[in-house]
Design a binder for this molecule. Structure first.
Ligand SMILES: Cc1cc2nc3c(=O)[nH]c(=O)nc-3n(C[C@H](O)[C@H](O)[C@H](O)COP(=O)(O)OP(=O)(O)OC[C@H]3O[C@@H](n4cnc5c(N)ncnc54)[C@H](O)[C@@H]3O)c2cc1C
Length: 207
């Protein structure tokens, strides 16, 4: 799985503070570091709308369609995904869950099945079946790629929901990678979100 930050609002924390201070007309209170306390207050009180003034875009690759199907349910984000109508999937890569990889018999069953799908996909294409129809036999495991753009409020929401223990392992790994990048770039906005590396979950600290 690869997660690459494509872009992020420049001076995002300052812009959020500046926008937020419009409510209080307290622009004169801005100093070099005042955004830290201001954003902490926004996060603590749940004033999420102010966080909508900043955005980030990520290129996400090496993930399964099972993951992307869950991800695109987040309606406040924007997505552009590799098309199985336009791209030939004759040599599709696939994701293998650890539980299957670590079980010799399950691994064999799985990889054989994937190879069979590859063969059948090619055979369908050789019979003149269009990509958009041949793709019907592709599995949830098929590797995909997309670009995701979202504002910080939506990113927080997505990371919280998909980083919880109840969420699926692959999407948890994804949001952990995203959160690491965001914590580095805009630490104050994601300061209450903590990564438990061992259990691969994200917990929310009370501020
Ligand atoms: C652990 C887990 C298990 C899940 N299992 C299933 C499942 O079995 N089946 C299934 O179908 N889905 C499942 N989902 C997906 C889930 O139901 C949501 O579709 C998904 O998490 C997106 O969340 P959202 O709607 O809050 O967020 P977004 O679409 O990202 O929207 C963000 C917020 O904007 C607001 N909003 C967005 N659109 C509207 C609207 N039209 N009207 C009013 N407010 C809106 C809401 O406040 C929403 O929380 C699961 C999710 C998780 C995390």
């Amino acid at each position: 799985m690869k997660v690459k930050l494509l872009s992020i609002t420049p001076n995002a924390e300052k812009i959020i503070e500046n926008a937020g201070r419009t409510s209080y007309q307290s622009y004169e209170k801005q100093t070099a570091n005042s955004y830290k306390g201001f954003i902490k207050m926004l996060v603590k009180r749940g004033h999420g709308s102010v966080l909508e003034h900043a955005y980030a875009s990520f290129r996400i690759s090496g993930v399964s369609r099972a993951l992307t199907h869950q991800l695109v349910r987040h309606r406040m984000a924007s997505f552009t995904q590799k098309s199985q109508r336009y791209v030939n999937e004759s040599n599709f890569n696939y994701i293998e869950p650890d539980d299957i990889k670590n079980d010799k018999n399950a691994h064999e069953l799985y990889t054989n099945f994937m190879e069979n799908i590859r063969t059948h996909y090619k055979q369908l294409r050789d019979l003149g079946i269009k990509k958009e129809d041949a793709r019907f036999i592709l599995p949830n495991a098929t590797e995909s790629e997309l670009v995701l753009t979202a504002n910080f409020r939506e990113l927080r929401h997505m990371i919280q929901l998909r980083g919880e223990k109840a969420a699926q392992w692959e999407i948890r790994r994804l949001v952990i990678k995203m959160l690491k990048i965001l914590k580095e770039k805009v630490p104050s906005v994601f300061q209450d979100m903590e990564i438990d590396e061992e259990n691969e979950v994200i917990t929310i600290k009370k501020l």
